[in-house]
Design a protein around this ligand. Sequence first.
Ligand code: ZN
Length: 125
Amino acid sequence: MPMYCPVCLSETLKITSSGVINLAINGKQMDTGRYLFSIPEQVKGELRTNLRKKVEEFFRWLGGFQNKAPITEFLLFTSNVACTKGCKVPMGSKFTVVGIIYTEKEVAELIEEMGKKHNIQIDLG
Ligand SMILES: [Zn+2]
């Protein structure tokens, strides 16, 4: 999946070889809802294990609320990117890693599984 640089608008944006992945659900973030990635040192299995752990923690937390709101927004993003043309990408810009580090399918399946497990409705349009 191409990533567009917000400065030069070319498909020249790449995720850096290491950094932080953040998880946000329904606009909420947890202090612990982030983890380090390192490519290619971390194999696919390790990246997947880390994602699963963080999503599980998040769903367990959301599942403890009195009023369980359905999941309407699920963001998995990083700010650790670089444009190969050398643009200065604004700090704090968020770029999804779904379709890049993780496939859309594996993320969708994980959300579905965790929703069932923690009895939270998934309504991601
Ligand atoms: Zn650029």
